[in-house]
Design a protein around this ligand. Structure first.
Ligand code: ACM
Ligand code: ZN
Length: 540
């Protein structure tokens, strides 16, 4: 059936060598043929579902609700299949990938085939992208709702297509997160990693430890300017906030409706100053700590004594009740061993557990937390430092330290671990996007232009085909030391997230930067209607 479709698409392409400026889909579909003609959505257009289950119906309900205002009318459901002017959803279990879909637009009808609600959802994102950009508007538009005729067969390259928001360095309200979810879903990104705890703030309500809300969620001021500035300058303005468990559940629900899984991160054993400000006994040498306005790596970290594990297991027990996704991120990066080296309790642990050194102690730490989370039916994911001192089979690794090269990748996959590639260069979107720094907001030093993101190849050339299967996807990270508003987050993220989505979704062979920019020029009109503060540097 797929072969027949591919052949007929090819024949049509030969008969109608036709390209419309409006068809500018990001990420680029696997196969697409444009044809002459238009389907017009008007107030007689109906939706017809062939035996759809309730999750497919929900996708369509959401789609109709979203487009109702700009259209000025509601697309109703038909009980019987009309002869024309309909959007039809056809369940097709021969489509093996849950996220895949086939979309056929002719002058008479729009037909979407998929085996699951996720596939239907992605077909609707594609459909929106080829509709006039006013479809994203929050007001009535009087334009003609034309959809160019196309036949598309589409499925993702990687199962994990991620984006990380650091809400610890700067807190972002729930509505900002929801807006990000909408934008990511529009580009078929399916994981949102929330960095919820760090030295500069603790953002998740933990009912058993109320001081985390009272103390760890707040800092007395923030740094203004670069952390390298001498002297460092602070704004004197108290900053903070946290998400209640109900708010986080609402974010999970909202993301789930858009086929995005939330990956929560609770950092350990390092980057723990905010927690220590409330509970200093969790570290090796308790003293008074404050939630720090400074950026960097701090030496006071969680101790490996029993009471610290008790705290972390209590915290994680609440975390798994909020976030249903399989992966729980436990950080693991940038943990200095200075205190552990001189702490009697950590040294005692090294003795009793027969460990070689503090690196193995870190590995013990991670494996113990992994065992706990496995007992709750979850898997851990951590930054690539979790491989130091011995990797725990079954863990997933976020590979971020570009300077390590690709050498460790084979070791990681051969240890029975999956990898999400998230290299600092080119997937840290907190670095500048363009050379015109003066028009950028303040950012990390360093330049990651759009083209570099677009040209990124997540599969190192020397990896065998078998080993490469363990690279399950890619993720961009937006660390927020210098990102303190939604405008700034959007500017740093877009359009680089569009390039990310294409690397994550589209076949590597189809990548062509010139073609991407041509599509982006049209596609970004949707971002304009959504009032996204995206960087316009690609237009220059
Ligand atoms: C990291 O950038 N420290 C994961
Ligand atoms: Zn200790």
């Amino acid at each position: 059936m797929k072969a027949i479709l591919a052949t007929s698409i090819l024949m049509l392409a030969m008969i109608f060598p036709f390209a419309s400026a409006q068809v500018a889909i990001i990420p680029k579909p696997v196969k697409m043929v444009e044809m002459p003609g238009r389907f017009i959505v008007d107030n007689k257009t109906v939706i017809y579902l062939d035996n759809a289950d309730s999750s497919v119906k929900l996708v369509l309900d959401d789609f109709s609700a979203l487009i109702k205002t700009p259209l000025g009318f509601e697309t109703k459901y038909a009980r019987k299949l009309p002869s024309s002017n309909f959007i039809r959803i056809i369940p097709d279990l021969t489509i093996l990938n849950d996220e895949a879909y086939i979309l056929k637009v002719s002058t008479e009808k729009v037909e979407i085939s998929a085996s699951s609600a996720a596939g239907v959802f992605y077909a609707m994102q594609t459909l929106k992208q080829i509709m006039p950009s006013d479809i994203e508007g929050k007001t009535l538009s009087t334009r003609n709702w034309e959809i160019p005729c196309v036949e598309i067969e589409d499925s993702p390259r990687f199962e994990y297509r991620g984006f990380m928001l650091d809400v610890a360095r700067h807190f972002q309200p729930v509505d900002v997160i929801k807006r990000f979810i909408d934008l990511l879903a529009f580009y078929k990104i399916n994981h949102l990693h929330l960095h919820l705890t760090d030295d500069q703030g603790w953002r998740i309500e933990i009912k058993k430890y109320p001081e985390l809300q009272k103390i760890s969620a707040w800092r007395k001021e923030s740094m203004v300017g670069h952390s390298e500035d001498k002297p460092r300058i602070y704004d004197g303005i108290r900053h903070g906030g946290y998400y209640t468990q109900d708010q986080l559940k609402e974010i999970v629900r909202y993301a789930g409706e858009r086929f995005i899984t939330i990956v929560p991160e609770i950092e350990m054993p390092g980057h723990s100053t905010a927690a220590l400000a409330a509970y200093p006994d969790l570290t090796c040498f308790p003293k008074k700590f404050e939630v720090t306005p400074d950026y960097g790596v701090f030496e006071d970290v969680y101790c490996t004594k029993e009471s610290t594990f008790k705290f972390l297991e209590d915290v994680l027990s609440e975390v798994v009740e909020i976030f249903p996704g399989k992966l729980i991120h436990i950080g693991g990066d940038e943990c200095p061993k200075t205190r552990w080296k001189v702490c009697p309790q950590c040294q005692q642990r090294i003795q009793t557990e027969n460990l070689k050194d503090e690196n193995e102690l870190q590995s013990y730490f991670i494996k113990r937390i992994q065992k706990f989370l496995n007992s709750k039916g979850r898997n851990i994911i951590g930054w690539d430092e979790i491989m130091e001192g011995g990797l725990a089979p079954g863990a997933s690794v976020m590979y971020w330290r570009t300077w390590l090269g690709d050498d460790h990748i084979t070791d990681i996959v051969r240890a029975g671990c999956k990898i999400v590639m998230t290299p600092l260069d080119p997937l840290y979107f907190n670095l500048y996007e363009n050379k015109e720094r003066l028009i950028s907001p303040l950012a990390y030093p360093g330049l990651i232009p759009l083209e570099k993101v677009y040209e990124y190849n997540p599969i190192p050339a020397k990896l065998s085909v078998n080993d490469a299967e363990n690279i399950i996807g890619i993720q961009a990270n937006l660390w927020s030391e210098y990102v303190n508003s939604m405008e700034s987050a959007e500017y740093m993220s877009f359009p680089r997230a569009c390039a990310l989505s294409e690397v994550a979704w589209s076949p590597a062979v189809s990548r062509d930067y010139g073609d991407f920019i041509r599509r982006l020029k049209t596609n970004s009109k949707h971002l304009e209607v959504m009032k996204v503060n995206f960087s316009k540097y690609f237009l220059e």
